[in-house]
Structure formats: C-alpha cells, structure tokens
Write a protein that binds this ligand. Structure first.
Ligand code: ATP
Length: 371
C-alpha cells in the first residue's frame, strides 16, 4: 500500500498550528480489573493522566493495553474499579457514560474507515451527527487539510495508501476536538521510513490540539519519541511509569531494561557489593551478598580502545550499519559474544585484537531471575 504513496505527499502534511484546539480532560483509572471469562486482561490498574498529557501504553502483545484504551473509550465496561473523566465516574453501572457522549476520540489500529464513504464523509461523520451542517463540512475540510490530504477529500479509502488512511483516521478523530484522544498502535502498519514522518507529524498535531492523549504501542521508540510519560505494562499490570529517559536509564527490573535495550547479559555473584563478571566488577546496589545477579552491558556504552589497554577482546564479526558498526567480540571467560555498537569509520576488522573500556556506571545490575 505504502509503495503507491509518492514521497512528496507523505512528507507534506498541512501547515502546523491550524488544527482546532481541544479542551483537554483529566483521565484516570482507579483500581480497574477486567476479566473475559477465565482471562484476567487487567488486574487492579490505577493510572492518572493529566489534562493535555501524552501517555504511551507500552508492552508486549496481550498485556492489556488495548483493553485499557477500550475502557477509556467506553466500548468496554470494567469488571471492577472505575474510569474517571475530569474526576467523574463514567464507567460504573449507575453513572455509565456512553462512548459518543464522553468527548473521546479513537483511532483504531486498522483505522476503521467506512469503505463506502469518501474521505470528507468519513471525517464529517462524527461531526454531522451534531447537526452542524455546513459548519461540519468546513471543520472536516480543515482537519483534512491539516493532515495534508485536501486534494484527496473526494477519494474513497480503498484508493488511499496505508499512510494516507492513517491520516484520515487521525483527521476524523481530532475534527470534533475531543478532550481525550486514544490511539491504538497508530504506526504499526507503516513502513519504517514513513513511520518516522508520520510519528513526528502526529506528535505535532497532538501538541497542537492539546488533547489528553493515550497511545498504545509495543515499540519503545514510538513511545519515547511521542510521549511525555510511558506506562510499561506486563500481564495486565503496570510495571513502571516514567519519562522515556527514566525507563531507559533507570529501569526498575530486568524486564523493563530488556524492553528498551538489547543488552549483553552476564551472570555473576555479588561479592562485597559488586557483581563479579569476566568484564569486571559492577556495583550491585541493594543486592544481598552472595546472591546471583545479572549485569547488563549496553552495546553503545562499550568503548573500543587500542589493544593492550583495558579488557582484551577479539572482534569476531563486524557489520557496517551506516553511522555505526555492530561488533561481536570474544572475551576470555565469557562463553557468548559481547555486542558492541561503535562508530569506527572502518578502523576495525574481523579478527582484530582490541581493548574494551566498559564504564561501570553504564552497566545495570539486577537480581538473577528478576524478569
Ligand atoms: P495487542 O498488542 O496484541 O493488541 P494488548 O496488550 O492490547 O495486545 P489486549 O488486547 O488488551 O492486549 O488483551 C489482553 C488479554 O485479554 C489478552 O489475553 C486477550 O486475549 C484478552 N482479551 C481481550 N479482549 C477480549 C475479549 N473481548 N474476549 C476475550 N478475551 C479478550
């Protein structure tokens, strides 16, 4: 689908600053549990999203992200707990607010455009029911122009590429100026190059509308690029909440750490407050003496220095990746290979002996089995 899209078109969204601003709403989940028969999709989840904040729900398939989004939209009712909009319970049986009355916009993973309606009619759909007539038309056209598709207003969804359909879905969601915007894996169907542009333009649009936004994704890069805060989920529960930098630099568990980086993991035992490994001793704060631990070495933290300095290693493979090289390095006493990303400008070849400088403060240490 994307192949049909011309470069100039996917690069040219509408003028920034022309999207209608929303009145952002506070959104909160209070002790939410959701069961589907024997499956507990969410267990006792509490989360507050500030007005205007952009939050990413990040996690592996099946961890409950979409279910949380559907509860916020009102297309699902919680088994226990409450969903609050502006502090008001909108999910309990005696105060339930229907999806169309919540002021919440939704972008589905498959975009869910009506195939028999044009782009303009799709975007106008949620507006026309408000009975605004000509004003609805103008609002829809403005939203379509903002996502750069004014010349496709009369096209049908099947005539559009995947990236264009995503933009129509986004235009449809923001046109009624929702106080809360919910997006389910909005970039997952896009190819990599297109994804970067769409992600950045979507972030600009979200900031412009000011809507409180929740974006579901399984891609940490999506989450870091677009969100003010990231909510990392696992098996129906929240594992950690923080900025992208918090989660990347200070993951609270081996599970969280692995989500953000392909570490080389090295097992060792804690001796006098540090874990002993073939790569050196790394501080193991809070871990008990004699316990088994895992040291996580970031590929980009390892510095290649001349042979004879620091720790000796031998380059087994070298892959040129453009701005950096990816190296796999053999180190005595380690039965696997150390993964290293470094910009070496071709100075290193396979078979070379090198020195490895591993800054201690770049190595994360967790209890073994803390997954
Ligand atoms: P994905 O990234 O694959 O969409 P997710 O993190 O969004 O995953 P959910 O779709 O929220 O996860 O699903 C969480 C769990 O609840 C899964 O085990 C799923 O199979 C189950 N589930 C979700 N909706 C239903 C349903 N309507 N009926 C039965 N089980 C469901």
């Amino acid at each position: 689908m994307v192949a049909n899209e011309t470069k100039s078109r996917w690069l040219s969204w509408g003028r920034r600053g022309t999207a209608g601003a929303a009145i952002p709403m506070a959104l909160a989940f209070d002790g939410v549990t959701q069961r589907f028969g024997d499956v507990t999709a969410l267990r006792d989840v509490s989360l507050s999203v500030e007005p205007g904040e952009i939050v990413a729900l990040l996690g592996q398939s099946g961890c409950g992200k979409t279910t949380l989004l559907r509860l916020a939209a009102g297309v699902e009712r919680p088994s226990a707990g409450r969903v609050l909009l502006e502090g008001r319970d909108v999910s309990s049986p005696d105060s339930f607010v229907e999806p169309e009355r919540r002021g919440v916009g939704l972008v589905f993973q498959d975009y869910a455009l009506f195939p028999h309606l044009t782009v303009l009619e799709n975007v106008r759909f949620g507006l026309a029911r408000g009975g605004e007539g000509g004003a609805a038309d103008a609002t829809a056209r403005r939203a379509i122009a903002r996502v750069g598709l004014a010349d496709l207003a009369d096209s049908y969804p099947h005539m559009l590429s995947g990236g264009e359909q995503q933009r129509v879905a986004l235009a449809r969601a923001v046109a009624p100026r929702p106080g809360v915007l919910l997006m389910d894996e909005p970039f997952s169907n896009l190819d990599r190059r297109l994804r970067d542009v769409v992600r950045d333009e979507t972030a600009a649009l979200l900031h412009e509308t000011g809507a409180t936004s929740i974006i579901v994704t399984h891609d940490p890069e999506d989450a870091m690029r677009i969100a003010d805060r990231i909510v990392l989920m696992r098996a129906g529960a929240i594992v950690q909440i923080g900025t992208g930098e918090d989660l990347y630099r200070r993951p609270g568990s081996l599970f969280a750490a692995r989500f953000f980086c392909d570490f080389t993991e090295v097992a060792g035992r804690v001796v006098r407050g540090a874990v002993d490994t073939p790569f050196g001793r790394f501080p193991a704060r809070g871990l008990s003496e004699g316990s088994e631990a895992v040291a996580c070495i970031r590929p980009q933290a390892v510095r290649i220095v001349p042979k004879g300095f620091c720790l000796p290693g031998r380059v087994v493979t070298r892959r040129f990746l453009g701005e950096v090289d990816h190296l796999l390095i053999a180190v005595d006493g380690f039965d696997r290979l150390l993964s290293v990303r470094a910009s070496l400008a071709g100075a290193i070849s396979e078979g070379d002996d090198v020195g490895l400088d591993i800054p201690t403060d770049e190595v994360l240490v967790f209890p073994a089995g803390d997954t």
